[in-house]
Each structure stands twice: as structure tokens, then as C-alpha cells.
Design a protein around this ligand. Sequence first.
Ligand code: NDP
Length: 493
Amino acid sequence: MTLSEYKMFINGLWVDAQNGARFDSLNPANGEPWASFPHAQEADVNAAVDAAQKAFENPAWRNLHATARGKLLRKLGDLIATKQTQLAQLETNDNGKLIRETKGQIGYMPEFFYYYAGQADKLEGQTLPLDKTDMFAYTTHEPLGVVAAIIPWNSPMYLTAVKLAPALAAGNTVVLKPSEHASATILELMHLVQKAGFPDGVVNVVTGLGVDTGSALTKHPLVRRIAFTGGGEGAKSVIKNSAENLAQVSLELGGKSPNIIFEDADIGSAVNGVIAGIFAASGQSCVAGSRLLVQDTVYDEFLTALKTRAASIIIGDPLDPTSEMGPMATQTQLTLVERMVATAIAQGAELIHGGKRAAVAGDGWYFEPTILAVNDNQCSIMQEEVFGPVASIMRFKDEAEALALANDTEFGLAAGIWTRDNARVHRMSKAVQAGIIWVNTYRAVSPMGAIGGYKASGYGRESGIDGVKDYTQLKTVWINTSSEPMADPFVMR
Ligand code: NDP
């Protein structure tokens, strides 16, 4: 099979790694290599960061006024919209995510560029009501410089948009490092960045592995800001690297998000929300609602309905629009899911549905939608992120117990609450320790809604009105308005 041979994008040029190193990406639907990418080494990372630094200092970008930056972002959004189908097919090939999901996500992606395009020239500072009569002071939001954006494999385009759009709106330059398992769409996006008219070096992509390419990037002395989405181990390494360059860091990590179903919930609606929360994207989502907490009185009814719906899920080729669940993105992920399910069963979890590789033609990495009933919140399947289509379900008696179970986790990214009781909605929304609360819905996203976690789910927020400010630094300017000269500091008055 002939592999598609990609090049990296540095300073507006399509280049190989200086030493010629490459790596292959495998198609999760059949396990075969389909594309090869340059494996960037330290010298290539240095070239990309130098290009981004020069672009940051270049008047063509530095002096471009904010409204013009906004227009470039809007143009990029328009261009992405014209390539929705092509980009979606590419992403599905690369990470195995269903075409209906990649099409939906990429179709919505322009909205992030439009939203931050609008924010570019609304980054207003303040005049300060000072406690000094002969002084005037104001603040401005200034860009930070070179941003290193580290992107995982599960939603590369979406997770690029939430970093790239605000970073550029604020006037920074960017070096993107996609996952070794899903680099193709990010490189394809660079054709659109070029076409939109961004000056060379403003956006660059280095492809490679986290341990070397990603590490060289996040410790580079000229990097001023790191936006990382991924797992806890990578995050710890990034934090250590940022001790070298003192770059500001935001971390979007994983979760073990509870979906809490009360007895007064619309059960049909809750089943749909739970299915969307854990089986969409084959569970490979940071916000996956992987812990189901269901009130005793409706537990049996809910579980029967959930099992029936799970059994009808069509698992198949992610490029087939009728498929409802695709493969795991990597073989490692498939093996991990298998191992975690086996461990849970060994610890006493009851297998309600699924639990094994799915029989789909070919050598793809498919796993069945899986439901495990547990009665101990300390069971590993209730505490550890699976990042696969595995829901664990547990009963609770009352609201107090639901809350205690929901918060009994090291994570705190998202939570779903299913109830018709408005007062309970407010009590629970306040008390659940998570960055995102969805009430009678799940997985809703918007450029206006911030995403980010409590506790081990990371820090910093992406999207939302303040997202762009996280890519700026505040400057305070003091002006002496007195008609008198400044007094000699060593003469007492
Ligand atoms: P990783 O943390 O391994 O990878 C995420 C990104 O970081 C990839 O680009 C990876 O490169 C890179 N990376 C890995 N190690 C380093 C390092 N030392 N320095 C710099 N960059 C590094 O996560 P996975 O890809 O394994 O994704 C799985 C986990 O990520 C999940 O279990 C989940 O917890 C979390 N996740 C969270 C998301 C969120 O939005 N909060 C979204 C997706 C995943 P490479 O892939 O080339 O190794």
C-alpha cells in the first residue's frame, strides 16, 4: 500500500525533519499504515519556535491591528467550512472517529474562529480609579509571544480550534504539536492558514512523538505559553518542562465524570444522554460520562432501558455514515480497555453488557459498548479513566449519597444531572465539584462555554469570553499628570 507522505509546516514552508526521520500512522479501522509524517527532532523544533518568535516580532503581524487579525480568523473559519467533508474524512481515517462525529465537529469548528475573530478588537483594558490625585493609569492586554499547543488524538481539529483561535486573536504566534496518532488534519489545516493570508511563521506545525518532539517544544526557552490537552503523565512532564522556561500553562486532562439519574428524571431522555456521554466517540472523550449513579427506585428500569439501547448500537466502519460506534484510536487503547474491564470483573463488578472486542470485518480495533454494575465506588473502574466505551453503574439512595459518590474521585471535569426538580438542580450544580455541569443534557459545547477541570482534571479554561485573555499578559501604564516636577525621593517634606 502506498502511504500518503506528509511534510511539516515551518515558517510557511513544507519541510521534512532535518535528519529525514519519519513515522507511520495506522488506520484504526483496519490496523494498517496509511500515512507517514516527519519525526521532528530538537533542531526542527528549534526552527519552528525561531520562526514563530521572528513572526511575533515581525511588523507584518505585530503591527497588524486587532480588527485585521479578526478578519484573518473569520477568513480561516470560512475556508474550514468549505473543506468540512474532506477534513472529516481525513480525521476519520487517522483516528477512527465516526464520520458523523468528525463531520459534526469540523462543521461547527468555524464558529470558534468567528467567535474569537469578534473578540480580537474587544480586548479592552481599563482606566484605573487610582487613590493618587496626580496620576493617571490604564491597562492593556498584550500578547505573550510563542504559544506551544499540544493536541491529543481524540478530537484533533476541535482541540486545535479552541487553542489556535484565541491565541491568534490575542496576537500571539503558535507552534502546534499534534499527536503522533492523528497529525493529518492539522497539517491540512495549514493549507487553509496559508490561504487565509496569515504571515509566514505565525502558525507552524511540528509532527513527532510526545516524549521527544513535544518535550523539546514545551521546554524551549522562547515558548511563553503552553496549552496542553492529554493525560496526567504528559501533563506532569509539561509542568516540569515549564520550570525551564517559566511558560504559563493550561492543562485540559481527563475525567471520571458522573452522570447522576434521579428518580424524577425523564428516563428515556437520560438513557439518550448517557449513551451520548459514554458511547459516542467510543468513549474516547475527556468528558465521557463514565460513572452512572442511579437512584435505587429507578435503577432496574433505567438499566434495562440502557442495556436494550446499548445492544442495538451499530458498530462498524467509521467512514460508514450508518455506524454508531467506531474503533478505538490505537491498539494500545484497545488493550488497555480490555485489561481494565477484566480487572473490574476480577474486583467483583458484574458484566451487564459487552466486555469484549467487537466482531467487525477486518483487523480494526473495535470494542463493544460495555456496562458494568458495581457496588463499591473504590473499585478501579469507578476511579480510573478508561477512555473507552465502558460505563460503570452504581445505585444510590438519596441526594446526599449521590453527591458524596459524585465527588468521591480525584477528577472533576464534568457531570450530568438528570432530574425535573429545579431546586435540586441548583443544589447539585453548586455542590458537585466539576468544571462543567450539564442538566438534563450531556456533551453540549459552544465557543461561549468554558471547558476545564477541577482537581486532577487540570487547570485553566478553554473557550468562553475569558479564553482569549488567557493568551495575554496585562500591562499597567502609570502617567504622572502633575504640573510639578517629581520630588527628590531623599528629601523629607
Ligand atoms: P498523552 O498525554 O500521551 O498525549 C496528549 C498529547 O501530548 C499528544 O500530542 C502527545 O504526543 C503529547 N505528549 C505526550 N507526552 C508528552 C510530553 N512528555 N511532553 C509534551 N507532549 C507530550 O495522552 P494520550 O494521547 O495518551 O490521550 C489519552 C489521555 O489524554 C486520556 O486518557 C485522557 O485522560 C486525556 N485526554 C484529555 C482530553 C481533554 O480534553 N481533557 C482530550 C483527550 C485526551 P504523542 O501522542 O505523539 O505521544
